[in-house]
Design a binder for this molecule. Sequence first.
Ligand code: NDP
Length: 284
Amino acid sequence: MVPETQTGSNIDQYAVFGDPIGHSKSPRIHQLFAQQTAQALNYRAQQVPAEHFKSTVQDFFAHGGKGINCTIPLKELAWQFADTLTLRAQNAKAVNTLTILPNGQIQGDNTDGIGLLKDLTTNHALLLKSARILILGAGGATRGIIEPLLDQAPQSICIANRTLEKAISLAAEFNHPTLLGCGFDALAGQQFDLIINATATSLTGTLPPLPPQILVPQGICYDLAYANIPTPFVNWGLAQQAAKSLDGLGMLIEQAAAAFNIWRQVYPNTAPIISLFNSERNAH
Ligand code: NDP
């Protein structure tokens, strides 16, 4: 697709790159933010296979593009590509927001963690201080959320992953006394106040293997994945009588708002956008 800057339009261009990208909600979210904050911009979704990532990003910025969001499977490539990284992107070793700076350098940032934290602590008024947190999965999304979760001073964070070595090496990388990595089989007999599903299982309609009573009574479940119907993990949480069993729609909208703020220096009001998307899916 030819950026509009090439066709004479002066409207700032943004995009989300990923593969697959067909069902991305990001163009609509950013267009709603733009309307709400009276910003003139275009934001489109573009399918970009990993092998074309570098050339497509270079082309986008060479033609006047202002910013790019990166999603599966491009976040690590974006981290490698960026000329300069924010501290949180350095820690996460994954980038979901690329921005061209006034000096022409490309800055990489990661807003996934702040997106999750805003949803948990602002939108759902949850206090994470002293909580025992379990993160299921040790992939790119987990990398982005560890540091902001540690900042909330939980009692402990356990990363459990199907591939044990990845959980252990990820926990070791962050080198924090309250952070541990383990396999799913080590979860028997343990209890957590908050369980976050950061595995890709919801995308295939399955669940990580979880022992009974692993969630404290009235605990919280949060699936980073989201769908128009409750995900298997959200349903699992409801069956455990969780006080709240949430999916990642709020996180998606909050990480987008943080990216929008980086690009436009104005923070959108996310509450009406989250309400709109929730009412639309309740109507299904
Ligand atoms: P990755 O591909 O980087 O990691 C996937 C993780 O899932 C790995 O830990 C992998 O384990 C685990 N996994 C995959 N299949 C299974 C299975 N059958 N059983 C158990 N574990 C499994 O993905 P991301 O970290 O980027 O994304 C994870 C999820 O988070 C996705 O659903 C994604 O859509 C969602 N997400 C949501 C966001 C939002 O804004 N709401 C933002 C970012 C991500 P192993 O290491 O053993 O392969």
